[in-house]
Design a binder for this molecule. Structure first.
Ligand SMILES: *Cc1c(COP(=O)(O)O)cnc(C)c1O
Length: 396
């Protein structure tokens, strides 16, 4: 049955993903079930989206009741769920102004437009430069792709938007070297995700913030993957004692309803995008707003960040043990429930063996296994994952 559906999929879907040979049907808590009824422990959460677990009744009810009320009105009118959602995200982040999008990439587009407009209003010129990081990932649309530091994602689609300079992550001198009289902003992930789970060093992020202050640049932090509690802080930068001027968020923000946002300080908001400068048909519609409100309500109720710090520390300890035991593992990095094991060899056989044994894992690049479980995972789930991982590692 599963193979037939996979064959049908390969006849109709554009082949932009090498998908795993499984068709998921439903979920319950931290478990997924395929259409043949097999159970899997989920350590991916749909790439860091389903933070609150599957089949979450209060979340489902909140979304359903909004469906019955109204799904969409357009941004020419006010709607209460979006206003409440903006208040919640403002409270959690300390940022001041919110623009809702439908995806992460769109949030990055908005952040770049905000920075350019801010600079344009200051000096009227249109040849400003932005510094981005090597091995970064910010999404697949042209602006987001232009600041994505993996040349193979960009090459066939050149030309990108211009005036982007790349620096090395966690190398402050490299960033300094890219600053010119035209630089207006630095964009980076607080913890690089797709690039292989690299948290920013404390000194580096503080140093970048200082450089921004010194040279009057905007600091744009992409919190699309590492935000929403995943690092053990609501937004990862809150663990560093720095604050961005512009921030992007998405993935777990809606826990399944597609939504993102870019946020900024009052100062940037007052001096950048104005009526008519930016827009979206769907962004911040009542459905997305209702989902976001329920996500924040449950985060608070469950004290999610504290839970992530505890279980994340336990996961770190257990993965350290695995690292000690396995000669193929050359590094272990991460924060909270965003961790990675780097191998000296390709990890696809391990991921496939794990899937076969009922554990969903994902790579970041070809040699890194990424651990992005639902944030509600428990120590028992970690223990169970470790048992299967040990078995799967025998496939190396
Ligand atoms: C996933 C991701 C994006 C892109 O988000 P989409 O919703 O896929 O457009 C951007 N930045 C980071 C850090 C991401 O992890």
């Amino acid at each position: 049955m599963m193979q037939q559906i996979i064959n049908e999929a390969e006849e109709v879907l554009l082949h932009t993903y090498n998908r795993y040979q499984v068709v998921f049907d439903h979920g319950d808590g931290v478990h997924l079930y395929d259409i043949e009824g097999k159970e899997y422990l989920d350590f991916v959460s749909g790439i860091g989206v389903f933070a609150l677990g599957y089949g979450n009744k209060a979340y489902n009810d909140a979304v359903k009741s909004q469906v019955d009320k109204i799904l969409h009105t357009s941004n020419y009118y006010y709607n209460v769920p979006a206003i409440e959602a903006a208040k919640a995200i403002k409270k959690a982040s300390g940022m001041d102004r919110v623009f809702f999008t439908n995806s992460g990439a769109e949030a990055v587009e908005g952040a770049i437009k905000t920075a350019r407009k801010y600079a344009y209003l200051k000096d009227g010129s249109t040849d400003h430069e932005i510094i981005a990081m090597n091995h970064s990932f910010h999404g697949r649309t042209f602006g987001a792709l232009s600041v994505t530091g993996t040349p193979k994602y960009r090459e066939a689609f050149e030309p990108m938007i211009g005036n982007i300079r790349f620096a090395d992550y966690n190398d402050l001198d490299s960033v300094k070297n890219q600053i010119t009289g035209k630089t207006i902003a630095i964009i980076m992930e607080t913890i690089q995700g797709e690039g292989g789970i690299h948290p920013a060093d404390k000194d580096f992020l503080k140093g970048v913030r200082d450089l921004c202050d010194e040279h009057d640049l905007l600091l744009i932090l992409d919190e699309i993957q590492c935000g929403m509690g995943r690092s053990g802080y609501m937004y990862a930068w809150q663990g560093y004692g720095v604050k961005p001027d512009i921030m992007t968020t998405a993935k777990a923000l809606g826990c399944g309803v597609p939504v993102g946002a870019f946020l900024m300080t009052e100062e940037v908001g007052a001096n950048s995008l104005k009526a008519g400068d930016h827009g979206t048909t769907y962004g911040g519609n009542p459905l997305a707003g209702a989902a976001i409100c329920e996500v924040f309500r449950q985060y608070e109720e469950q004290n999610i960040t504290e839970h992530v710090q505890q279980v994340g520390a336990y996961l770190f300890e257990k993965l350290e043990e695995i690292k000690q035991e396995n000669g193929h593992i050359i590094d272990h990095r991460g924060m909270g429930l965003m961790q990675g094991l780097e191998f000296d060899t390709e990890v696809a056989p391990v991921i496939n063996a794990a899937l076969d044994k009922g554990l969903v894992l994902i790579n970041a690049g070809t040699k890194i296994i990424r651990f992005l479980p639902p944030l509600v995972i428990t120590q028992n789930d970690v223990d169970f994952m470790i048992e299967i991982l040990k078995e799967a590692l025998k496939s190396l």
